[in-house]
Design a protein around this ligand. Sequence first.
Ligand code: MN
Length: 306
Amino acid sequence: MSTIDLYVERAPLRFAGATASLESAAYAVLGVPFDSTSSYRPGSRFAPMSIREASINIESNSLTGAGLFIEEVIISDIGDLAVVHGDPKETLRRVESVVGELAGKGVIPIVIGGEHTITAGVARGLSRAGVRPCLLVFDAHLDLREDYLGCKYGHASAIRLAREAIAPDVTIYVGARAYAREELEYAASLGDSIQIISPVEVKKLGPSAVASHLRNRLSRCESVYLSFDIDALDPAYAPGTGTPEPMGLDAFEVFRILSLVVDERFVGMDLVEVNPLVDKTGVTSVLAARILQEFLLLREGRRRAR
Ligand SMILES: [Mn+2]
């Protein structure tokens, strides 16, 4: 039996009004409304619906000049994963099965969290399908803890777990600025396979120079996976998130970098940690919808240009 039939439920709204069936689609949107291990402000379980709602109410063009409109991209919004609150292990197992099935069909998973933990399930699913991408991570945090307060399968360990699943040659963080000493030491112990570009460096170098550095570092990667934690952005741009940190990226930097880096080698993305419960104006969901839409337009535009 298809694990998509087993574990995925139709959502009342579809991302960007997408109507394609999974059989005909190049991209599949999957919501994972899971937020059981959030250490500060829970509520990201409401993000898939909130981001879908925002996506229906924004214009369908590209902000960076990708040239396509979102209705020209064949997307299937398959719905939301039936998560098990309080059980990250079982939830990750379900994410893995569904993403494994999507990747096995050659469909690009576009996963909307939920807390960052779900990235580990996506990575396991890709690995199960034989896809071992390099990792590009936008995040204020490193999420490299071995455990946090005894919890091994939590959002503070998301990238560590994801790396264990796919053993990427290259892991690059953009926007990271908040971490524990043990995470920094763990990253340093992995040598140049992990690199951190802080917001201060983005300000100093400028987004175009950062993008050319990223392109260079990712040039030997056969495939790339993008994990986008909304808290990479400054809370001024993305206040609606569980664990905000000041001194973040601005929206222009994020879109500029993505526009110069995303290409047809990207095998999927997730967007995590939007928390509609603390997003008083709704702008964080709008920003998240725009980032997802831009990724789709950029990847599809580059693919068609080949
Ligand atoms: Mn984070």
